[in-house]
Design a protein around this ligand. Structure first.
Ligand SMILES: [Ca+2]
Ligand SMILES: [Ca+2]
Length: 240
């Protein structure tokens, strides 16, 4: 019981000492060159309700928000936060994306946490592999009394390339060896291969595996076995 009480008071204390500040939340994510990813922009607003949220976003070189066929940037409001009177406008100015969420009837965004909008992110096929920072800045929110709130900038990381598994590691066990080659060959000849990650074999991102891509995996596996010359290994296999 004593421990429970102690834990409870620690939790309560940490709640009291936390200064809540309404802001957007974006998780770090990774994206492969030539790939797309849909990300969540969450609004955590325990302090207040907002009728308007405006912000700017900067993305690293080679990363962008694609347009749909009608010429709209691919971003969507979450219906569990938006009322029918809310709309989302996304535009691009001076290399930055401008987001504006507002209500035609001054209605508040619903709820106090969770996804506000989802945004499709695209990496160019020639995007440079690495981890880069992206930023949400110049934020401005309006509460129902038209009071203005200017939350801090939000920084998040975008990793271009497969940060967890090297190219050729089609079974996602952390290294490239003959098993990966065999799996890629089996996939190539049309067998169903369980636990096969196409993206780690599909070097040119056309969703098809070719003989030349299998040869690239063979080359990586050979280099991996010669640890001194390898630059592809993330983790070495355990030596027994
Ligand atoms: Ca592997
Ligand atoms: Ca391919």
């Amino acid at each position: 019981m004593k421990t429970v009480k102690l834990l409870l008071s620690i939790v309560l204390l940490s709640l009291v000492s936390n200064t809540f500040a309404d802001n957007l939340v974006v998780e770090d994510f990774s994206i492969t060159p030539g790939g797309t990813k849909t990300i969540s922009i969450e609004l955590d607003n325990p302090d207040s309700q907002y009728i308007m949220v405006e912000f700017w976003m900067s993305l690293p070189d080679g990363v962008s928000i694609p347009m749909d066929e009608d010429g709209y940037y691919m971003a969507e409001g979450n219906s569990s936060r938006f009322t029918k009177t809310h709309s989302l406008e996304v535009s691009k100015q001076g290399g930055f994306y401008h987001f504006l969420i507002f209500s035609s009837r001054n209605a508040a965004i619903k709820g106090n946490s969770g996804e506000l909008i989802s945004v499709t992110i695209e990496a160019a096929p020639d995007a440079q592999v690495g981890t880069y920072t992206a930023k949400i800045f110049n934020q401005l929110y309006n509460d129902p009394n038209k009071n203005e709130v200017t939350p801090d900038d939000v920084i998040f990381n975008i990793t271009i390339g497969s940060s967890d598994y090297p190219m050729g590691d089609v079974d996602h066990n952390g290294y490239v060896n003959v098993t990966d080659v065999m799996m890629a060959v089996n996939y190539f000849i049309g067998q169903s291969v369980s636990g096969f990650y196409l993206e780690n074999a599909d070097f040119d991102k056309d969703s098809v595996i070719t003989v030349s891509e299998i040869m690239q995996i063979v080359n990586i596996a050979l280099q991996t076995n010669n640890a001194n010359t390898s630059s592809f290994v993330v983790r070495q296999p355990p030596t027994i």
